[in-house]
Design a protein around this ligand. Structure first.
Ligand code: FE
Length: 254
């Protein structure tokens, strides 16, 4: 398996605090069946700044450490960028790093809302040949309340990544239910761990794919796995026509 979103780099954000924590995460990832991880430290979220060049250097160091520890895991460079108005300029100036230097840029919203300028910004990104990938939309309050916002963004070319723990139920039943609705409505394209450690924010990738297989069969598992592989090689991913989520279904009171 490939994991597109993981805070495994040591000491750069709220993920692995030092190299030994990174090594623990690496061992757990291998145990889950992951062979490639895109390291995606936070950028411009709270106090964290991890511009492109820094990430590339840190990834090289971690790969060396993994070889030394004889852990069969490959780390690729990436970044989880908090949305901001000058994202296109940030890319042009060499600060923003797409997944493995492809055209796919992981974009994070705050947990509460989606900025009004998002649609325009995503349009501008795509005009530059970049494809925004919205990370964990299932955990954004405004998207939960108004899934139409996500539908419109996906319809206009954005991709999305749900978190493995959300699929498995690690963030509660409500988030799990909404995540499955996103999958069923073709509103998500990737499953990734967003792991920060090996305790309360761990990988849960094999657990999530267990749920996917049970509910939707092997074909869906294959689709998500294949999409992750296509992203890291910079190829076009599989997309089905997105559908609207019927809000009342999700908020129905029993
Ligand atoms: Fe993250």
């Amino acid at each position: 398996m490939i994991d597109l979103h993981c805070h495994i780099l040591p000491g750069v954000d709220d993920g692995a605090e030092d190299l030994s924590a990174s090594i623990r995460m690496a061992k757990e990832a291998v145990r889950q069946g992951i062979h490639t991880i895109v390291a995606t430290p936070h950028h411009l979220n709270n106090q964290y700044e991890n511009p492109k060049q820094t990430v590339i250097e840190r990834v090289a160091e971690l790969n060396q450490a993994l070889v030394k520890e004889k852990i069969d895991l490959k780390i690729l460079p990436g970044q989880e960028t908090r949305i901001y108005g000058e994202l296109v300029e940030g890319f042009e100036s060499g600060e923003i790093l797409a997944v493995n230097e492809s055209q796919y840029v992981l974009v994070e919203f705050s947990s509460s809302h989606v900025p009004r300028y998002t649609e325009k910004l995503f349009y501008d990104l795509q005009m530059q040949g970049l494809i925004p990938v919205i990370v964990h939309p299932e955990r954004n309050q405004q998207i939960i309340e108004q899934p139409e916002i996500l539908y419109q963004l996906v319809k206009k070319g954005a991709l999305t990544q749900v978190t493995a723990a959300s699929v498995f139920g690690g963030f509660g039943k409500k988030i799990k239910g909404f995540t499955l609705q996103l999958i069923e409505a073709n509103l998500t394209h990737f499953i990734a761990s967003d792991a920060h450690n090996t305790t309360n924010r761990t990988f849960m990738m094999s657990d999530a794919f267990g749920v996917i297989q049970e509910k939707y069969g092997n074909e869906m598992v294959y689709l998500f796995e294949e999409n992750a592989a296509l992203v890291i090689e910079g190829s076009r991913v599989y997309k089905e026509v997105p559908e609207r989520i019927k809000k009342k279904k999700f908020f129905k009171i029993f």
